[in-house]
Design a protein around this ligand. Structure first.
Ligand code: NDP
Length: 363
């Protein structure tokens, strides 16, 4: 377990950073944090795909040294927008690689999809600290990436909120004491929709995540739950745990982002409001912590999330959801009990409470 946390920000002068994918949702949140902490960071390079206006604006605001646009058709617009600023501009795949190779201490990998793999690997291969939002990098080449992290002495910091939460609770020095890790899943916008209804889902509905504001691809992946599959693979590579020691728990409120279960039964979890600036800030300042404007969690209000009145409503909806029938044997009763518990748990988002009352040998 040497991919996380083998070098750190010692606070000796501003940390020099690069953002791959600065015009996206994660990129913009990172830029927002940098603008709030002008003394702590200097910006080496920023990259985008087809958004030269936003890229140039960010580069000017952060006084970046280099701005790269992947799509060459947008290079002239980028050059024009940066004229007279002294900020260098580049385009195409080589420019993305150059952005990753320039001497930043810390690189945010926030390009969406497999397009982020090559520049992220370039940053890893020069031994940088790489804050990894771009989960597809591990999904499509996890073994290779982790091998290169170890070989090149790079450091990978998880940014995906669940993995970042687990990292905050994960005792890197005592991995042998860890039983399993838990990724939470909100269930996305269609958690309560009937399967048949989903045929008619529109793109606008699919990107409307109930808790998180994110880019289009990850929003759709969350709606189909593909995102949790990708995150399972991501967690397996990041924390070097077999898939059976990575558990997924549906938790619609997105307050507990992830947890680590230890052999002694202790569960350490990270909680916070659903705002990507918290996990990004943890990676950005790590091993320090910096101020963010993320809404503070009101634990008293959280305690009321599964309120007293929900009990009646959950029972009613469970009875409506499950078909009735004759219960003739003890096994029928236990099977019915299991179905009812699972239905109630999924309706209230408490998957783990769906344990059957049946003695194990009767099922
Ligand atoms: P967005 O779609 O909002 O942004 C993607 C960024 O990548 C933009 O800067 C875009 O440039 C750039 N980009 C897109 N295609 C290419 C390409 N072919 N070559 C180079 N650059 C490209 O994505 P998100 O910020 O939502 O997500 C980024 C990554 O982080 C994803 O892997 C996602 O799964 C992960 N993630 C995101 C979270 C979130 O809250 N958004 C949470 C956890 C993980 P342009 O603007 O010019 O199109």
């Amino acid at each position: 377990m040497n991919s996380l946390g083998n070098i750190g920000y010692r606070g000796d002068g501003p940390r020099r950073v690069t953002i791959l994918g600065s015009t996206g949702s994660v990129g913009k949140s990172t830029v927002d944090l940098l603008l709030r902490h002008p003394d702590g960071f200097e910006v080496e390079a920023l990259t985008a795909n087809r958004n030269p206006g936003a890229l140039a604006e960010q580069a000017r605001a952060l006084r970046a040294r280099f701005a790269a646009i992947a799509d060459p058709d947008h290079y002239p617009a980028l050059k024009r927008a940066l004229a007279g600023t002294g900020i260098e501009a580049g385009c195409g795949a080589d420019a993305l690689t150059e952005a990753a190779l320039r001497p930043a201490d810390w690189v945010m990998a926030a390009i969406v999809g497999a397009a982020g793999l090559a520049p992220t690997l370039s940053a890893i291969r020069r031994g940088a600290i790489v804050a990894l939002a771009n989960k597809e990098v591990l999904v499509c080449a996890g073994a290779l990436v982790m091998q290169e992290v170890a070989r090149c002495g790079a450091t990978l910091l998880p940014v995906d909120s669940e993995h970042n939460a687990i990292w905050q609770c994960f005792d890197l020095a005592r991995v042998d004491t860890i039983e399993r890790i838990i990724l939470t899943a909100s269930g996305g916008p269609f958690r309560e929709r009937a399967f048949e209804d989903m045929r008619r889902v529109t793109p606008r509905e699919a990107v409307a995540h109930p808790n998180w504001s994110m880019g289009a691809k990850i929003s759709v992946d969350s709606a189909t739950m593909m995102n949790k599959g990708l995150e399972l693979i991501e967690a397996h590579h990041l924390f070097q745990l077999p898939l059976e020691r990575v558990e997924i728990v549906v938790h619609p409120q997105s307050i507990v982002h992830g947890a680590v279960v230890y052999r002694d039964g202790s569960v350490l979890a990270q909680l916070g409001s659903p705002d990507m600036r918290t996990p990004i800030a943890y990676a950005l300042a790590w091993p320090n912590r910096i101020e963010t404007p993320a809404k503070r969690l009101d634990l008293a209000a959280v305690g009321r999330l599964i309120g007293f009145l929900d009990i009646v409503e959950t029972v009613e909806r469970t009875l409506e959801a499950i078909p009735g029938g004759k219960l003739e044997t003890l096994d029928d009763v236990y099977n019915f009990d299991t179905t009812a518990r699972e239905t109630a748990a999924s309706l209230s988002g408490l998957r783990n409470s769906a344990r059957s009352a049946a003695p194990t040998d009767s099922l």
